[in-house]
Design a protein around this ligand. Structure first.
Ligand code: AMP
Length: 641
């Protein structure tokens, strides 16, 4: 790899990046810098986050822009407030030895007047989130006629967050002869459409392969029963004592629950999701950045703006709805030339999804085994011994105490002393993990559980609600939507009887649904949901499900409107402000949003709601010895070492 001076960069920029410790160009920089330094051209670069993209576009922009003019020459659009601040910060660092070079970040959730003042003082590069940018344009507070370069950073994320219209409008107002530089981790058709629609013969640069994850990331998959997911997470955390990880969950509720369980069990963990205020989110993020937290449990959207380079692991506690999101998740480790591990905790029925992800990233998962108790203890023991070996000894400070210590331990042999020191910490683990169950599910073994009770991929369920409870099919579907908070669960035949009902549901969701319905109330009734045997043809004159029922789109189109804030036009306006507030986006709301309605109903006292005796949320671990102990004393009781 070439050095930056070999690439011909301005000496003032060289001085600044030298101070930052940049010695050699990273692959994306080596590919992009010579092209942009040599000529003005459009570029489409496929590169993961954390691969040095900011410098790849930032250094040539700073090099080329005329800092004598105080008119904006470059506009960088990015999806979140956090990324906006981060890019602007990086560019300021790169340009610190160029006098009067002005970079202004503009993003939602901050005072717009202050940002306008900053802009009117003169600016060379604007870094913006699309919503705020458009707002400023509509107020006539920004003039884009001098723009020579537009960067679309994390283009796939921006489009995924629904910023297509804003991007179109912004680009329309920029001069035709500008150059567009598009950076994206993945290349879905939406991004290709932008490249085709707005760019002229772009130079295509791919670091790694299209839609592929970073080469520095190893992908592991642990197969467990759905009920053991949380125990598996704890085992993994215990097996890697120096873990520094983001644990991705699918919904806000799950995120908060997992974080609460981890905290209760003595881990340095916290939650990051859209139900927290911006201040709370900033607070959690800064604790995580300085490693006061070892594990951050987060939704995809909330974790978007988080830039941490040295994560050891990314853990998929639950797989994302879209396979592309896996690339983004795993790309949060293995950044800046470091190595990382991306873990999936999956159950047997998620194997199809795992294959999809493998196809997308062009890599296979290593099917790993959840370590057993002995392996965890061994790992912890050697970690502790390493720590003891490497501890800094403050000879002067401890000298005064040594005579007393020698005297006290005099009767013990060296062997005894070592054993006792090791046992001080180690006993907790030994005790905790004695008789810990094997959590692994054999890849080949057929699922022994209720799966045999399914037909055509549907499982049949009994619910103790019927006509007498006022239940109609739409109510039942609404109930499933709200309790599950997952999109696209297909529902088959529904039979509403007087005091109870049957309905069919996609079998992959059976376990999760049975668990999720454990503490739900419908009106004043505690809901009981059980698996029933499959419908026989003779059960009904209609015969088996014949394409009817309440599948996918139908169900969603009729129900979308019902879910808080997720309705056509309303949705657009209600999200506009939120999106720039640093993380929340439309997609996340679709999977997380129904919680609002759920809560609202319970506030009203009607409809369905969680039972208030919500104390023991930790259903999965309750069934095992490990969890029995866990629920009494948590994990080995001390805080993380
Ligand atoms: P980015 O993908 O731009 O967010 O960069 C990821 C991290 O890599 C940031 O912390 C950068 O400061 C760092 N970085 C970027 N380029 C280099 C380089 N050439 N040498 C060392 N670190 C770099």
């Amino acid at each position: 790899m070439k050095t930056f001076s070999e690439l011909g960069i301005d000496s003032r920029i060289l001085k600044a990046i030298e101070e930052l410790g940049f010695e050699k160009a990273m692959p994306v920089q080596e590919a992009v810098l010579p092209v942009l330094l040599e000529r003005d051209t459009d570029i489409v670069a496929l590169a993961q986050t954390g691969t040095g993209k900011t410098a790849a576009f930032g250094l040539p922009l700073i090099h080329k822009i005329n800092c004598e003019l105080f008119t904006p020459e470059a506009l960088i659009l990015c999806p979140t407030r956090e990324l906006c601040i981060q890019i602007a910060g990086d560019l300021k660092d790169f340009s610190k030895y160029i006098n009067n070079f002005r970079i202004v970040p503009v993003y939602g959730g901050a005072n717009i007047e202050t940002q306008i003042k900053q802009l009117t003082k003169g600016v060379n590069i604007i870094v913006a989130t699309p919503g705020r940018m458009l707002d400023l344009m509509r107020r006539g507070r920004i003039n884009l006629t001098t723009i020579k370069y537009v960067v679309l950073d994390e283009a796939d994320e921006m489009l995924d967050m629904g910023f297509q219209d804003e991007i179109n409008e912004i680009l329309k107002d920029t001069p035709k002869e500008k150059n567009t530089l598009l950076f994206s981790a993945t290349m879905p058709t939406q991004v290709e459409r932008i490249a085709r629609g707005y760019m002229k013969n772009p130079v295509e640069i791919t670091v790694g392969s299209r839609n592929a994850g970073s080469d520095n990331v190893k992908h592991y998959c642990y197969l467990v029963h759905a009920k053991d997911r949380y125990l598996a997470l704890k085992r993994i955390a215990d097996y890697y004592p120096d873990i520094y990880a983001i644990v991705f969950c699918r919904t806000r509720r799950e995120t908060q629950e997992v974080a609460d369980w981890l905290i209760k069990d003595g881990y340095n963990a916290d939650a990051l999701h859209g139900d927290l205020s911006q201040v709370q989110r900033d607070n959690v993020m800064s604790k995580f950045r300085v490693r006061n937290l070892q594990m951050l449990v987060a939704t995809d959207v909330a974790a978007r703006g988080l830039d941490v380079n040295d994560l050891t692991h990314v853990i998929n506690y639950n797989l994302p709805d879209e396979t592309e999101a896996y690339t983004h998740r795993s790309g949060r480790t293995g950044r800046a030339d470091k190595h990382g591990i991306s873990i999936i905790i999956a159950n047997m029925r998620e194997r199809g999804k795992i294959k999809d992800i493998e196809r997308q990233i062009g890599k296979s998962f290593k099917m790993a085994k959840i370590p057993n108790g002995k392996e965890v203890c061994e790992k912890q023991l050697f970690h502790m011994i390493d720590k003891m070996e490497n501890v800094e000894i403050k000879d002067e400070e401890i000298a005064d105490f040594m005579p007393v210590i020698y005297k006290k331990l005099d009767h013990l042999s060296k062997e005894d002393v070592i054993k006792r020191f090791a046992s001080v910490e180690f006993n907790r683990f030994l005790e905790y993990y004695s008789n810990a169950p094997d959590l692994n599910v054999s890849e080949k073994a057929p699922e022994k559980t209720r799966r045999s009770n399914t037909t055509d991929g549907f499982a049949r369920l009994f619910i103790n609600l019927g006509k007498m409870d006022g239940l109609q099919p739409p109510h039942l579907i609404g109930l499933v939507n709200d309790v599950m908070q997952i999109r696209d669960i297909r529902i088959g035949k529904i039979e509403i009887l007087n005091t109870y009902s049957f309905f069919e549901v996609e079998a992959t969701y059976l376990d999760t649904m049975l668990a999720a319905f454990k503490k739900v109330k419908y009106g004043e009734r505690v809901v009981a949901l059980e698996q029933s045997s499959p419908r026989r043809d003779s059960d009904s004159s209609e015969g088996r499900r014949s394409g009817g029922g309440y599948r996918g789109g139908e169900r969603h189109s009729s129900y979308r409107g019902d879910r808080g804030g997720d309705r056509g036009g309303d949705r657009r306006s209600s999200y506009r402000g939120d999106r720039d507030r640093g993380g929340d986006d439309r997609r996340d709301r679709r999977s997380e949003g129904s919680g609002d309605r759920f809560k609202k109903r319970s506030d009203d006292g009607g409809g369905f709601r969680k039972r208030s005796d919500d104390g023991a949320k930790n259903e999965a671990p309750r069934n095992t010895r490990e969890s029995d102990r866990n629920s009494r004393t948590g994990r080995p009781s001390k805080k993380r070492y």
